[in-house]
Ligand binder design. Structure first.
Ligand code: GLY
Length: 566
């Protein structure tokens, strides 16, 4: 049945508009594939990935095609106007990681978001032209293709162009998110981009994006130059000049992605590869796993009071380290080795008390901010040869800066908010920072994106990652311990209720229905301030099963995510 649905999606996608209709799995078991698997946040993007793999493309080809397709079908986070990180494990075991994170424009200044009163002007850093960093996604995809691509660049962009040109039908989730952001779209744009709709968007409405199709065609014909030079670059720079932004033609031409050494660690015999700074994800994940090993979560009741107390205390310490020590390694000496050192973490976590939360003021003080909408997107791919890609990409907030480049049809990020605009002042994720993550021209802002690949006895085991701003790291952590320590299947691990804490705000977030009243009272007695949320974050992951087949887990309970294999 899955195969038939998918075939239909692929065939129809190139000729007309269509509505994906995918029933979530009836049992707590992900999609199973003998040879290959794709898990993304949108059925159409998954279909594009599978189509590329079936044509003989490798996992990297599929990832590139998915990234461009998500720009069309998942505009709140899929992007060419943002950036991200990719962790790649080739079938021969070689692991590499690509940083295509946005950069601060050359005209940016450390205090550029501070008003006359010395306070951060939140609207400037979150909404509109000044909020954008120099986009890295197209250069990132081009770099991936130069190094690992098998099919032609042109073939990989075709599906996205067809989706943009012919149109696709909006899912309920995307229609709702477009409706929520109407005021932002009005405020941030000098014209009426297609997303503005006075009557409101509905599930099943058609999104035709001819301007975006044209932009993608330039990229298809000219490679990275089709975005960073020529007509599209001119449109972006004009948008900046007219809207009060500072990204220049030189910023675009100069942008380069960077291959970085992965953050590598071990956990109970498994080897973990994740993203190095400027993402905090890899270091923080290794710290969390070391803490889990030290504290022995596997001996505790899953999501019981004891486990959640220790897990929360562990997370608070790791996020306190993040706030002080992490930033762009090209600008700040990040103490990576010290932070993932066994002895350091053992000592750090030994201060956790059994029955009592440690006061945040004993670690460090700071103000809190409420959570806002968090959007990023992660996808995982494994091809028939065994190559694997974990890729997380973002515009930062949902629809980024809300600025759609006039004539070019794509959203720009509001990634400047991931910098620490003022020490101790939280960003939209409630994260605070320090000098390590201060704004500087050409610098990359600290991220939480955690694309991660695990090996078991030298062979591919798990490909995972998540969207969700600050919650990314703890969600990826839970996806790993749920499988390794609590013996869950992948889909079960994804469906399981998640919790999150991050030092400041000084709150333990728990998904609705995640704990019993008894556990809640116990945690409150230990000093935890609990806040329930509808969801924390969404995993799209792939697990290699004992017989060598692949389980694709998609977070269909919390999103439109869809996994499919063959
Ligand atoms: N913009 C969210 C992150 O990079 O963590």
């Amino acid at each position: 049945m899955r195969k038939i649905i998918l075939l239909l999606l692929i065939v129809v996608s190139f000729f007309s508009c269509y509505q994906p209709k995918v029933a979530p799995p009836q049992e707590v078991k992900g999609a199973i594939g003998e040879n290959a698997m794709v898990a993304t946040t949108h059925p159409l993007a998954t279909a594009v990935g599978l189509e590329i793999l079936k044509k003989g493309g490798n996992a990297i080809d599929a990832a590139i095609a998915i990234q461009f397709a998500l720009t069309v079908v998942y505009p709140q986070a899929g992007n060419i106007g943002g950036g991200g990180f990719a962790v790649i494990r080739l079938a021969d075991g070689e692991v590499s990681t690509l940083d295509f994170r946005e950069k601060a424009p050359e005209l940016s200044k450390k205090d550029m978001y501070l008003g006359p009163d010395g306070e951060v002007v939140q609207t400037n850093i979150r909404l509109g032209h000044l909020a954008s960093g120099v986009p890295g996604s197209v250069a990132g995809m081009w770099e991936l293709h130069q190094k690992h691509g098998h099919l032609s660049w042109s073939e990989l962009i075709n599906p996205a162009i067809n989706l943009a040109y012919s149109g696709h039908l909006l899912t309920e989730g995307i229609a709702n998110s477009l409706n929520e952001k109407q005021n932002n779209f009005q405020e941030a744009n000098r014209y009426q981009p297609w997303v503005i709709n006075d009557k409101g968007w509905n599930k099943g409405d058609t999104a035709i994006q001819k301007e975006l199709a044209s932009t993608l065609s330039f990229i298809q014909k000219q490679g990275r130059d089709g975005f960073y030079k020529g007509i599209v670059a001119d449109q972006l720079v004009k948008e900046m000049i007219l809207g009060g932004g500072i990204i220049s033609a030189k910023d675009l031409i100069d942008y380069q992605p960077v291959w970085r050494d992965p953050i590598k660690g071990s956990y109970k015999g498994y080897t973990i590869y994740s993203m190095a700074p400027p993402s905090s994800g890899g270091i923080a994940l290794i710290q969390l796993l070391k803490g889990s090993e030290h504290l022995g979560f596997e001996k505790m009741e899953f999501n019981g009071a004891e486990m959640l107390h220790y897990k929360t205390e562990l997370e608070r310490r790791v996020y306190a380290d993040r706030a002080v020590h992490l930033g762009d390694p090209d600008y700040y000496e990040v103490p990576t080795a010290a932070l993932i050192d066994d002895d350091y973490n053992k000592t750090r976590f030994s201060s956790i008390k059994k029955n009592k939360k440690t006061a945040s003021s004993e670690m460090k003080e700071g103000d809190v901010a409420p959570y806002e909408s968090t959007e990023t997107t992660h996808f995982s791919v494994v091809d028939p040869a065994g190559n694997a890609v974990a890729l997380t990409t973002t515009l930062n907030g949902s629809y980024g800066s809300s600025v759609m480049v006039k004539g070019a049809g794509f959203f720009l990020n509001n990634e400047m908010d991931d910098f620490s605009a003022k020490p101790g002042v939280p960003n939209i994720y409630g994260l605070i920072g320090s000098e390590a993550n201060a704004i500087a021209p050409g610098k990359r802002m600290l991220s939480s994106m955690t694309p991660t690949i695990l090996e078991k006895e030298g062979a591919l085991f798990l490909v995972t990652g998540s969207p969700g701003g600050a919650t990314i790291i703890t969600t990826v952590f839970q996806s790993i311990i749920n499988v390794i320590d609590f013996d869950m299947g992948l889909q079960e691990a994804i469906n399981a209720k998640k919790t999150h804490s991050q030092w400041l705000p000084d709150t333990l977030f728990i998904e609705n229905g995640g704990i019993s009243t008894e556990v809640q009272l116990d945690l409150e007695k230990r000093g935890h301030a609990i806040r329930f949320k509808e969801s924390t974050s969404k995993i799209n992951a792939i697990l290699v099963l004992e017989d060598g087949s692949l389980e694709g887990g998609a977070d269909y309970l919390r999103s439109d995510s869809y996994a499919e294999g063959f």
